[in-house]
Design a protein around this ligand. Structure first.
Ligand SMILES: [Fe+2]
Ligand SMILES: [Fe+2]
Length: 290
């Protein structure tokens, strides 16, 4: 295995200067900012979303998909906001935007974008379920954190292809998990990179933290519960769902394993129900990248 040659500061400086790092579309920025203001209302939010017709059609397709399971058709954005609430709509807009932002870009050749998003969607759906069961975190926040948790891997696969290749080879040849290989070879891990990107995008602090610390749960300061839930979901997906066992977490992080012990222990009973939900969510999100 090649030794780690790259200096952390230099790596982070380069990351900060990548000119074509994906940006969030204007609509996601605005929606996100609005949710931080106190005087947001249904009309203002729907007018903002309606300025982006591509987003309108994707959002309506998502909320009408089997994943949300509403009986009657939701045919406009204000209706969607009334039924789902501000934060669910914000999280859906952010999720759709992020999946879009990274699609159609060149990456390390063995990296499969659709497998990547399947994993992320699986962690999002499982995390939401874990949050509902444990009441440890807000289900919807965990969902969007799950979608985004490994986004740093995409930055590596698309912008640091050589380094990504080294990590990839170490995983194949030495039987390491992705995260173990990355810790041996890179100055920062994908969690840190994802956190940098989420902060650049001005996503809420909580979300930035849930991404940045998902492999070091014990060091998260403010948002321990959401990050623990994401971490436990990542572990459960690795154990029960990944077809190729290609996840990066063979063991749960200790604090998450303790806080969610009951839910993890009973997962072989409830996970099969979640698997169906994962498929439904994949057929929306993953279809978007193909
Ligand atoms: Fe990860
Ligand atoms: Fe993951």
């Amino acid at each position: 295995m090649p030794s780690m040659l790259i200096d952390k500061e230099a790596f982070l400086r380069k990351l900060d200067r990548i000119p074509d790092l994906p940006t969030l579309p204007v609509v996601a920025f605005k929606v996100n900012k609005m949710l931080m203001d106190d005087d947001v209302n249904v009309r203002k939010l729907s007018e903002t979303i309606e300025k982006d017709q591509a987003m309108v059609s994707k959002l309506l397709r998502l909320v009408n998909s089997a994943f949300y399971g509403f009986q009657s058709k939701i045919d406009n954005i204000s209706h969607a906001i009334t039924i789902l609430g501000f934060s669910t709509v914000r999280n859906a807009v952010v999720s759709i935007s992020v999946v879009d932002a990274f699609s159609g870009r060149e990456a390390f050749e063995e990296f499969s974008l659709s497998d990547f998003w399947k994993h992320s969607v699986a962690v999002a759906v499982t995390g939401r379920q874990l949050a509902q069961r444990s009441r440890l975190a807000v289900p919807d926040e965990v969902f969007v954190a799950g979608i985004l948790h490994d986004v740093g891997k995409l930055v590596l696969a698309q912008h640091y292809q050589e380094l990504f290749r080294d990590v990839w080879i170490a995983v194949q040849d030495e039987g390491l998990s992705f995260h173990e290989a990355e810790k041996a070879l890179l100055p920062v891990d994908h969690a840190h990179i994802g956190g940098v990107l989420a902060a650049k995008w001005h996503l809420p602090e909580k979300l930035v933290e849930a991404i940045a610390y998902h492999h070091a749960v014990g060091t998260a300061e403010n948002n321990g519960n959401a990050v623990m839930t994401v971490s436990a979901a990542d572990f459960l997906v690795h154990r029960f769902w990944s077809e190729k066992k290609a996840g990066d977490r063979p063991e749960p992080d200790q604090p998450a394993a303790e806080a969610l012990a009951a839910e993890i222990e009973s997962a072989d009973q409830w996970f099969p129900g979640v698997a169906a939900e994962i498929e439904q969510a994949c057929s929306f999100f993953v279809e978007a990248v193909n």
